[in-house]
Design a protein around this ligand. Sequence first.
Ligand SMILES: Cc1cc2nc3c(=O)[nH]c(=O)nc-3n(C[C@H](O)[C@H](O)[C@H](O)COP(=O)(O)OP(=O)(O)OC[C@H]3O[C@@H](n4cnc5c(N)ncnc54)[C@H](O)[C@@H]3O)c2cc1C
Length: 360
Amino acid sequence: MVIAGGGPAGCAAALTLCRHTDLSVMLVEQTGYGEDKVGETLSPAVLPLLDYLGVGEHFRQGNFAPSHAFTAAWGDEHVSTRDFLFTGRGHGWHLDRARFDAGLANAARSFGTQLVLGKRLKQVQKQDDGWRVDLSDDVQVQCRYLIDASGRSAWLGRAVGARTVQDDRLVGISAYFSSSDLPVESSSLVEAIPAGWWYSAPLPDGRMVAVLMTDADLLQASNADRSAFWNEAMAQAPNTRERLGLRTVSGDLQVWPAHSQQLEPSCGNGWVAAGDAAAAFDPLSSMGIGYALTTGIHAARLAASSITQKQDDSEQRQAYADDVRRHVNEYQNLKRSYYSVETRYSDQPFWARRQTATAA
Ligand SMILES: Cc1cc2nc3c(=O)[nH]c(=O)nc-3n(C[C@H](O)[C@H](O)[C@H](O)COP(=O)(O)OP(=O)(O)OC[C@H]3O[C@@H](n4cnc5c(N)ncnc54)[C@H](O)[C@@H]3O)c2cc1C
């Protein structure tokens, strides 16, 4: 079995397979987990999944910062707070995402996964009894089953003929702010502005991350360069500006794809997609990591039963694909309801697009 991508979805699939089957598993991750990665708020609902994967205790000892509340200036200029205490699930966490992902991959290795770092899948070819996979550096591998956990690129799914259906053009422009004498606040803050919205969150190492969410075409169409666009948007976000205070930006601004997207189909004969590769959501939903872990587990179960039962698995595949579509439908309703709350900027393209979708 070859898994493309060592994010939460790929690691969850590898952990499930190695802990519950005798199949041999290779997890291929193109990076070495050395770079910052966005997506740093973990909902309290995710802990039972980490426990199921056998890494809950390791995670609790990982010195990630607790997140007790979620704050937002959304719909009007006042900041309102939702305390995780009232969800009945305990607190959430602010992650160092690269360290979180690397921890999952190392746990998978300790359970028997062959972890290949710094190489990427370049080509796949169907054969009678499985697949031939070409990795970078002229490495070739034969396997019976493939799991696509390559994130929004859905590289593998597209390589075997599936197509991505994109719902919007959302991107995130991130910057890291160095620590200062200011105390680190324990909550994430979301703040709506005419061209999109901001989120900012403390990181376990004392830095803060601030991300401007907007549409790719709005960023391109503005005559300003990326930093001028960022500064103009920051000038419209008093609450975000205030919490960043005197901190200074460390490093460059980075742009991340954040569009909503679905892979069609999400699985086929001898392959299945999990996480963002199967369905990717607006970060406003906070569904990403939890969904990646859940679908990683389900994809592993589908892969294992397809290989071990050696019989027609079309019913299981249908059930998996239906489940992905059901989640996407539920998510689309949620997304419409979130964006319909903010009516101050309804004449602005970013909001009009999402609110027209609401009316439809
Ligand atoms: C701006 C932003 C903020 C977000 N904030 C949050 C948040 O606060 N909370 C939350 O839960 N979610 C958040 N998300 C979403 C979350 O980060 C993703 O849903 C989650 O990372 C999906 O996990 P994954 O394993 O499916 O994909 P990824 O984490 O994207 O992992 C895919 C991996 O595949 C590797 N890869 C790709 N192609 C290849 C190849 N050909 N060969 C080998 N390796 C390959 C990549 O290097 C990558 O490591 C955010 C996303 C964005 C863009």
